[in-house]
Ligand binder design. Structure first.
Ligand SMILES: *[C@@H]1O[C@H](CO)[C@@H](O)[C@H](O)[C@H]1NC(C)=O
Ligand SMILES: *[C@@H]1O[C@H](CO)[C@@H](O)[C@H](O)[C@H]1NC(C)=O
Ligand SMILES: *[C@@H]1O[C@H](CO)[C@@H](O)[C@H](O)[C@H]1NC(C)=O
Ligand SMILES: *[C@@H]1O[C@H](CO)[C@@H](O)[C@H](O)[C@H]1NC(C)=O
Ligand SMILES: *[C@@H]1O[C@H](CO)[C@@H](O)[C@H](O)[C@H]1NC(C)=O
Length: 410
């Protein structure tokens, strides 16, 4: 026992985390972030950690436009949506095995409706898993049962139509679902539809896993909802939330790519219809003093790490030549206040993800095509220095479907 004890406390052990990146050049990459406690002590006596970010694998896969990755930790499978295709020409969904050292291998690939930009795994009550896909160009939402095999057929396809163009006709010519995500109880699936100014809502049937359509949340015309995130006070397990969900205070935050605002909605669980109700409580520009974003800029990703919200801002050049991430704080009722901007350490931050410990953020800059690892103070929420940076694939042109498309932590 004594020997084991001392082994566990050996200093200066390197720790590694895997990250996965999709790129519009047709590749999926594995990265490894290694941290080594430095030799010198800081003023406060703590060791300065040195980080190294490196590419450990690259695989040509996921069709011609790999756009989004989801990692299923229980099976070590990555699901990759390919954004190529349209309503009439197919895109694809690929399942990849990810080894502990980052090596990638293709398990299965199926045709889907085109334009897959985002996906989410959900399960029914017996634990069987499904994946839902938002098809931007395909104006649809589809679901597939998992595990994915080469002969797996779609379980459901919802095709959407628009009777007339929206408030921003150039972008709202047709329905454009941009994301699919779950509510905190795991019983509802939502999909912001940029083209229709709706957040579509589905109840997951607990016995079949099929989606039942609920009334959608209608957002202010011209919002262009892109991504969303839920908040509940404190940390509760989905099971606990499900039991007392009529009592739980829940807030939904939606970022709109066309209006460039973040909008907060109080959410109620309607026990009679078994659907969701929404009331708008706040709408603000996630920018200093609530001022509008520069005309060149658009919001992209939104993430929550209690009690802070983070929103990436593309092409504002707030930290020339780089763009920015906005930090907002939430009070105990979920009300939002702007805190500060920080550098995205690259251009066009389409995507970013916070690690499990909440002390690092991986920012995926699309045009500069780099992953920047930034320190996050878990207490103040403040994003600080860049501790590692890696160019992945080739840079893209601003405004084109080129460059790095998504980054996630394992
Ligand atoms: C949805 O549209 C696709 C592509 O046009 C078509 O193949 C499919 O049958 C449609 N599905 C439903 C349920 O309408
Ligand atoms: C929205 O506000 C109305 C009027 O105050 C209230 O009756 C309703 O319960 C609220 N709904 C939600 C979802 O909070
Ligand atoms: C924003 O507000 C801060 C104080 O809260 C002030 O120092 C700053 O000048 C303001 N900036 C603009 C652009 O109004
Ligand atoms: C939270 O902020 C909102 C909006 O600023 C305010 O109305 C509310 O009183 C605050 N609540 C608490 C508990 O601080
Ligand atoms: C911009 O990002 C690059 C790459 O991460 C970094 O080296 C540089 O210091 C950044 N500049 C600013 C002002 O953020």
């Amino acid at each position: 026992m004594r020997a084991l004890f001392s082994v566990l406390f050996l200093p200066a052990l390197a720790a590694a985390s895997n990250l996965y990146v999709s790129h519009y050049n047709g590749n999926v990459y594995s990265l490894a972030l290694t941290s080594i406690p430095g030799p010198q002590d800081r003023n406060d006596g703590s060791a300065a950690v040195k980080y190294t970010l490196s590419q450990t694998a690259a695989l040509k896969t996921c069709g011609s436009m790999p756009s989004w990755l989801t990692f299923d930790a229980s099976t070590r499978v990555l699901y990759c949506s390919d954004e190529s295709g349209s309503r009439t020409s197919p895109g694809s969904l690929t399942a990849l095995a990810a080894a502990a050292d980052g090596r990638l291998s293709e398990i299965a690939k199926v045709d889907t409706i085109g334009g897959g930009v985002n996906n989410v795994i959900y399960n029914r009550d017996d634990g069987k898993k499904f994946i839902a896909i938002a098809h931007y160009e395909g104006s649809a939402l589809s679901t597939f049962p998992l595990p994915l095999r080469s002969n797996t057929q779609a379980l459901q396809t919802f095709n959407f139509t628009l009777s007339k163009p929206g408030a921003v006709p150039s972008r709202q010519d047709a329905p454009h679902p941009h994301e699919v995500f779950l509510d905190p109880t795991g019983t509802f699936l939502l999909s912001p539809d940029l083209g229709s100014d709706l957040v579509r809502v589905y109840r997951i049937d607990p016995s079949s896993g099929s989606l039942k359509t609920c009334p959608a949340l209608k957002v202010t015309p011209g919002t262009g909802p892109r991504h969303g995130v839920f908040w509940t006070p404190g940390a509760s397990s989905p099971r606990l939330l499900r039991q007392k969900r009529s009592l739980a205070e829940t807030v939904l935050y939606v970022v709109g790519e066309l209006g460039n605002k973040v909008t907060a909605y109080s959410v109620s669980y309607d026990m009679q219809s078994d659907c969701l109700g929404f009331n708008e409580t706040q709408a603000l520009y996630p920018y200093p003093n609530g001022t509008a974003l520069p005309s060149s800029a658009t919001v992209a990703e939104i993430r929550l790490e209690q009690p802070y919200l983070y929103i990436s801002i593309r092409s504002d050049h707030a930290f020339p030549p780089n763009d920015s991430l906005a930090t907002l704080s939430l009070n105990t009722t979920g009300a939002v206040s702007f805190q500060r901007l920080s550098s995205s350490f690259g251009t066009v931050p389409r995507t970013f993800a916070i690690n499990k410990q909440g002390d690092l953020v991986a920012i995926g800059n699309q045009a500069s095509s780099n992953v920047a690892i930034v320190q996050r103070d878990p207490h103040t929420g403040q994003l600080g220095d860049e501790v590692a940076n890696l160019a992945v694939g080739e840079p893209g042109t601003v405004g084109a479907a080129e460059g790095l498309s998504s980054v996630i932590w394992e």
